[in-house]
Design a protein around this ligand. Structure first.
Ligand code: ADP
Ligand code: ASP
Ligand code: MG
Length: 461
């Protein structure tokens, strides 16, 4: 049977005409090998930031024109890839219309003096709507029969603007109904990632970096054989390469390992991406669009990243620690429940939790509601808020069978103030909280200890 492969290209993989040329060659290679690709694309690199900056400019009374010009120029630079004639003209007209709409939206936000999450989503969605049209037209110009889909007609979400959650049932039905016939007729579907719409048609986004998630949702909906995440690095690396420049590729890792790494800072994969892949057992590969011949990383149910050590480490910076001590100095029945109710009420996710008999410490990433949270907690606890923390997370399925691993992780950070230490029952990761100023050193020490160049894990070039 013909394999169906969902191929997602991130911002740097569609940032300019050269990148688009590489994308077309890569997709062509997969199709020539007999598979049926479905393409999911991000906005051109950097465009989402520019789009969202329009809201800030509007509120601060800034001039939108330079930003609008640069958004227009970036997209128009792609037009030569679309050949000549009606196809190119249609995309050019779509760019002009989008710029007009953005100018109007900027004006509306300036008048109101505030940007609702709903209007932020309309701004941000423009990036993927345009990039996907450009990519679909570029395939046609290259002689590939493609079909552009407005992702808002496929991905049905709830109404949590800027962080919408897809509804699997409706999304599945719509993707099946639209994509399967297109594939059957030999057409290449091209879809913008990151965006969706509520069932009554309001534009939503899945949160920053959400195109990976879109690829997984679409992949699960059409029971794809593989989901490929094409990006600007060689795969899931042993650490964030911006922190550890000599980080190496992890050739194989498990869904669970990837999920922990993504959640705790490995930006290469949106944390939610793994969920649809797991539920349908679809392997995910991370590949480099600048070096497509490299093997990349393969994420599956079974594989563990390392047979003898850690799989990778990750860090999440700029987190806030909250220490909560029961005023009755006892972990009375129901105390934890009351604590977590407060975080749930303020829709704030808790990342790391540690407890002692009389206190509980948690970290949060999104500190927007911290004053309201501490206000509510103070009704029954003493609360201390400490900003400027970082989470360091060491991940490896092998921890479950090698009891020395977590001890070695902690030992390699000897002398550092480890403010929180957490290991769950699954023993897949050790998660530590350190002052943000020490995170680089912590990562360097861990990486040197577990992934030094002389280490046993061979890495394909
Ligand atoms: P895309 O635009 O393709 O979605 P992203 O910028 O979202 O790309 O993610 C890729 C980036 O993730 C890499 O350039 C790298 O800097 C960063 N990154 C952080 N941690 C890791 C890791 N463990 N492995 C690979 N990349 C990582
Ligand atoms: N373009 C969106 C962002 O920059 C989504 C994505 O690239 O995954 O967050
Ligand atoms: Mg990304």
């Amino acid at each position: 049977m013909t394999r169906t492969v969902v191929m997602k290209f991130g911002g740097t993989s569609v940032q300019d005409p050269e990148a688009l040329g590489r994308l077309i060659t890569i997709v062509d290679g997969v199709a020539s090998a007999g598979a049926r690709p479905v393409v999911v694309v991000s906005a051109l690199g950097g465009i989402t930031d520019l789009l969202l900056s329009l809201a800030t400019l509007a509120i601060d009374g800034g001039d939108a024109r330079p930003v609008l010009t640069s958004i227009r120029t970036r997209h128009e630079a792609m037009l030569p890839m679309l050949g000549t004639g009606g196809r190119r003209d249609a995309v050019e007209a779509a760019i002009v219309r989008a710029i007009d709409d953005l100018a109007a939206l900027h004006g509306a936000i300036a008048t109101l003096g505030e940007a609702s999450p709903r209007s932020l989503d309309i701004l941000a969605a423009t990036g993927e709507l345009l990039s996907s049209r450009i990519v679909a037209a570029a395939f046609e110009a290259a002689g590939v029969r493609s079909q552009w889909f407005d992702a808002r007609t496929l991905v049905v979400t709830d109404a949590q603007f800027t962080a919408a959650v897809p509804r699997n049932d409706l999304t599945g039905e719509r993707c099946q109904a639209a994509l399967v016939p297109a594939l059957g007729e030999g057409r290449l579907p091209v879809i913008g990632g990151f965006i969706g719409a509520t069932s009554d048609g309001a534009t939503t986004t899945l949160g920053r970096g959400g195109s990976d998630y879109s690829a997984a949702i679409v992949g699960a909906a059409i029971a794809a054989d593989e989901i490929q995440i094409w990006t600007d690095v060689d795969g899931m690396l042993t650490a964030d390469p911006r922190v550890i420049p000599d980080a190496r590729v992890v050739p194989e890792l498990s869904f669970d390992e990837a999920s922990e790494l993504a959640y705790f800072g490995a930006k290469v994969l949106h944390p939610s991406t793994i969920l649809p892949a797991v539920s349908s057992g679809i392997p995910v590969r991370i590949l480099n669009s600048r070096a497509p011949q490299r093997a990349g990383s393969r994420i599956t149910q079974a594989a563990a990243g390392s047979v003898h050590g850690l799989t990778a480490i990750a860090c999440k910076r700029g987190v806030t620690r909250i220490d909560i001590a029961s005023t009755r100095m006892l972990m009375a029945h129901g105390f934890l429940q009351r604590v977590f109710e407060v975080f749930a009420r303020h829709r704030t996710a808790v990342d790391v939790v540690t407890t002692s008999e009389v206190s509980v410490s948690v970290t949060i990433d999104d500190a927007r509601a911290v004053d309201r949270i501490t206000g509510d907690l103070s009704a029954f606890a003493d609360v201390q808020v400490v900003t400027g923390r970082a989470i360091v997370c060491a991940v490896g399925d092998r921890m479950a069978t090698d009891a020395t691993l977590s001890a070695r992780v902690i030992a390699s950070l000897e002398g550092m103030p480890l403010e929180m230490i957490s290991q769950g029952g699954s023993r897949r990761n050790v998660t530590l909280v350190v002052p943000d100023a020490l995170v680089r050193e912590a990562m360097q020490r861990l990486h040197a200890r577990f992934f030094a160049a002389t280490g046993a894990e061979a890495v394909p070039a």
